[in-house]
Design a binder for this molecule. Structure first.
Ligand code: HEM
Length: 134
């Protein structure tokens, strides 16, 4: 039960790793690097961050209890799912996609930042003096 959140983050992490690496492979083989920032963010926010979240909840399963970790999961996932298409639209979409890109580049990163703020709270709560004596 306590490992469900960790499992979800780890599965997402490897899915984003595959997407990010396929994009990197495509960029290298086509020698078109326009989407480099998308590749970098999918790999770092999708693969690396999600894997770290998953491993954290694996090491401290008690930190996965309650509603806050669920908020953490959904803001991290939805944030990235808005952020990446918006960044792609900004880089290669042209004027037709400008409004979508603009709104998405506010909404996506806001959720992504919120997810990290929630995670910071969870980490402080799980590693503070009260947690150590519990
Ligand atoms: C199969 C695996 C991968 C391939 C084929 C690949 C390929 C590439 C290519 C072709 C570029 C563009 C280089 C350029 O602009 O000159 C790039 C940039 C980059 N990659 Fe990867 N990559 C892979 C995995 C990763 C991973 C796992 C990460 C991070 C965890 C990563 C992070 C980055 C970053 C930060 C950049 C620079 C982006 C920028 O300057 O905007 N890559 N990669």
């Amino acid at each position: 039960m306590d490992q469900q959140l960790s499992n979800r983050f780890l599965r997402l992490a490897v899915a984003f790793a595959l997407i990010g690496m396929v994009l990197g492979y495509w960029m290298g083989s086509s020698r078109d690097f326009t989407a480099s920032p998308v590749h970098a963010h999918i790999n770092l926010l999708g693969w690396v961050s999600m894997a770290l979240y998953g491993l954290f909840y694996r090491i401290l399963p008690q930190a996965a209890r309650g509603r806050l970790p669920q908020v953490h999961f959904w803001t991290a996932l939805i944030g990235l799912l808005i952020f990446m298409p918006a960044l792609t639209a900004e880089l290669i979409g042209g004027p037709a996609w400008a409004s979508f890109a603009h709104i998405g580049l506010i909404a996506g990163p806001t959720l992504t930042l919120l997810s990290m703020a929630v995670f910071a709270l969870i980490v402080f709560r799980a590693t503070g003096p009260r947690a150590a004596t519990a």
